[in-house]
Design a protein around this ligand. Sequence first.
Ligand code: CCH
Length: 283
Amino acid sequence: MGNTWDFKAVGQDIANILHQPEYDDGSAGPVLVRLAWHSAGTYDAETDTGGSNGAGMRYEAEGVDPANAGLQHARVFLEPVKAKHPWITYADLWTLAGVVAIQEMGGPKIPWTGGRTDYVDDSKLPPRGRLPDGAKGADHLRWIFNRMGLNDQEIVALSGAHNLGRCHSDRSGFEGAWVNNPTRFSNQYFRLLLSLQWKKKTLKNGVEQFFNYDEDSETELMMLPTDIALTQDRSFRKYVELYANDKDKFFEDFAAAFSKLVELGITRDASKKILNTDNEKGG
Ligand code: CCH
């Protein structure tokens, strides 16, 4: 292990594994974004526990949490990258993978800095139940994200990640994609939230979600109850409207909020000199 970390080379190798013709919509990108988010989204500001440091999903308590079902695919996609760059910590690899995937799928450049450690501090382990439940509403979203120190505007901006990927009935119980092109990062999710009439339906497994047909396609699209809650709460809706109408503002706010998310609760290994990436703050 040298004392210089070349994150740029890792980023390039992450970009190279995104194309996965046998998987979902042909891309590992969306599930990598979810891995980054779930690794960080356990943070609790009050007790300074959880967050991406420690990469706790490698272990059973967090790894087999039902909220993380399916994320083993993301971790497996990244193993060849870890094998090629064994010096990188999983905590850095997973968060960097989310950032690279978003950019490669047409999203904004997200400031990211390495140096997370894989040291697992048992006193910092997050209990289960810290990630959001898609069956709930606006109060639940605030309860979850305020705990991380994130506000209404950041909640709505981050929710724009549902431009990407899909729900899998064998993972979350929900089924389907939010937009027609789920491997292209855009503000389409916000536009569809406002422009389509979303109707509730109960899936065969008893799970309730919202659906509609995009007129331009024959695909059925979906929204979670938490997605619909963003249009029903006055404060959230203001930002849904802003981002539906202004893609650049969405990209800017999303990049800032995602960057903040993957920094939550981080303590860095200061012993290593970090070779800046393209994403390095201020660099
Ligand atoms: Fe999400 N998300 N997410 N989400 N999410 C799901 C899938 C993705 C919620 C619930 C779900 C964020 C916020 C929320 C992604 C990124 C983000 C699924 C389907 C559920 C359920 C899982 C499955 O079945 O595979 C809820 C509730 C919230 C509340 O805020 C945030 C924040 C982000 C990132 C910034 C991405 C990407 C996916 C697609 C994953 C895939 O495998 O395609």
